[in-house]
Design a protein around this ligand. Structure first.
Ligand code: NAD
Length: 447
């Protein structure tokens, strides 16, 4: 039987909660700690504060089998865990730099409460050399001469498929500087059938920033190609298919459209640009990745204007506001910028999203925005339907009904989900991204 560890996870956000639930599922005894009392209150009652498929069942099962509990007490968490994962937020500061104050706070608290050996593991995404700083902080604040190790174990899960990603990772990255830390982390992940990359702490930290930046770069690359496609009437999806079949390139993350958002890619790119600059390297490639991505959000508005000319007074229906499907997370979602531009131009915006509307209401509590509970209700009398998030329920739709409902049958498809249909035949004006324009339509954007 594999060794069972007492583990504490600090931070019960998307990463912390999924990590705690999955480690408990693997058989470890897990304490999940958060300093937000209402979150802990909910979780202790078995209620999950975020939408993540499969998470609730996993949490409830492990709680029932006494492998998982929640607490607001750092003391309880430090006493419980021989291994302590730090999974608190690392949000961006104004200048793009990662705000590491939450990580520093937690490191200090752990240090002051440690009574026996602890392995402290960075799970949060942090700039290179944070491990050094965590180690120094613990040395400064530890009360007695308690032994400890620091390790880096970045997380690669994606919201919406977080449980699957955690349990079936492409790789597990372990950054260590002691044999004991290596043995413990190898033991913990033993039952996951995944390649393990063991390296020094700095390289592990860099693997995370480099991976996210590379994926973002793929998206911006195909978006740049899509701009060329639009100018010459080529089809970016065919280009992506032709490129993606090359094993050295791969088809994933080559989808043209509105671009990336979320709580990770934009902030991690900013943090990587910033840390590189502070190390004396100007990472201009990443600056361009970011610029191309920002431009895609503006391009959506241009596409609408291309057909409707004036946006003021027009009803624009938006399907999907979450930063990606299968999540209610709207942090850094392209929808926020796009809605902001639309209402600034005087549009009446009507929104439908299966999960994320309550979160969006905390950003836009505006009389020019209608929130409705049904996708077809959203397009009633609309001058344009804009697809922002590719939820599954938007893929198979009744185009005849849509045409009847809309004032003007015009679709801007920010995720190219209808690109395989001949919507012109169904008498829609259809704009995808990087797709040939309908014949007879002369775009202002081609100039
Ligand atoms: P989050 O904001 O959803 O959760 C962070 C949690 O930490 C919150 O519940 C907060 O209350 C808690 N917290 C903050 N300070 C604390 C303290 N002093 N003590 C106890 N709890 C504290 O963040 P997240 O999305 O889970 O991301 C966490 C980290 O993981 C970030 O560095 C992020 O970049 C990284 N990451 C996120 C994802 C993702 O898809 N969300 C994927 C991989 C990596």
């Amino acid at each position: 039987m594999d060794k069972i560890y007492n583990i504490s996870v600090i931070g019960a956000g998307h990463v912390g909660l999924v990590t705690a639930a999955c480690l408990a599922h693997l058989g470890h005894k897990v304490c999940c700690m958060d300093n937000n009392p209402s979150k802990i209150d909910l979780l202790s009652k078995g209620k999950i504060p975020i939408y993540e498929p499969g998470l609730e069942e996993m949490v409830l099962q492990s709680m029932a089998e006494d492998r998982l509990f929640f607490t607001g007490s750092m003391e309880e968490a430090v006493n419980h865990g021989e291994v302590i994962f730090i999974a608190v937020g690392t949000p961006p500061r104004e200048n793009g730099e990662a705000d590491l104050s939450y990580v520093e706070n937690v490191a200090r608290e752990i240090a002051s409460l440690m009574e026996s050996y602890k392995l402290i593991v960075e799970k949060s995404t942090v700039p290179v050399e944070t491990g050094e700083k965590v180690k120094n902080t613990i040395k400064l604040y530890v009360r007695k001469n308690v032994p400890f190790d620091v390790a880096s174990n970045p997380e690669f899960l994606r919201e919406g498929s977080a449980i699957h990603d955690f349990m079936n990772p492409d790789r597990i990255v372990i950054g260590i500087d002691s044999e004991k830390a290596k043995r413990i982390l190898m033991d913990i992940y033993k039952s996951l059938n995944a390649p393990i990359v063991v390296t020094d702490i700095k390289s592990a930290e860099l693997i995370k920033h480099a991976s996210n930046s590379f994926l973002a770069m793929k998206i911006s690359f195909i978006n740049a190609i899509s701009r060329i496609c639009e100018k010459v009437g080529a089809d970016v999806e065919k280009v992506a298919e032709g490129m993606g079949l090359d094993k050295r390139i791969g088809r994933e993350f080559l989808n043209a459209g509105i671009g990336f958002g979320g709580s990770c890619f934009p902030k991690d790119i900013d943090a990587f640009i910033h840390i590189s600059e502070s190390l004396g390297y100007d990472f201009r490639l990443l600056k361009e990745v970011k610029r191309i991505n920002d431009e895609q959000r503006k391009l959506v508005i241009q596409k609408i204007k291309d057909v409707l000319w004036i946006i003021k007074g027009k009803k624009i229906a938006i399907w999907g506001v979450a930063f990606k499907p299968d999540t209610d997370d709207i942090r850094g979602a392209p929808a926020i910028d796009i809605i902001d531009q639309l209402i600034t131009e005087g549009a009446k915006v009507c929104i439908y999203d299966p999960q994320a509307m309550e979160n969006l209401k905390t950003v836009f509590d505006d009389s020019r925005i209608d929130y409705v509970q049904d996708k077809y209700q959203a397009i009633h009398d609309a001058d344009c339907l804009l697809i922002v998030t590719e939820w599954e329920e938007f893929r198979n739709v009744d185009f005849n009904l849509m045409k009847k409902k809309m004032r003007f049958p015009f679709i801007v498809d920010g995720r190219n989900i209808y690109s395989s249909y001949n919507l012109q035949e169904k008498e829609f004006i259809y704009y995808g991204f990087g797709k040939p324009l309908p014949s007879g339509v002369k775009s202002q954007m081609r100039k």
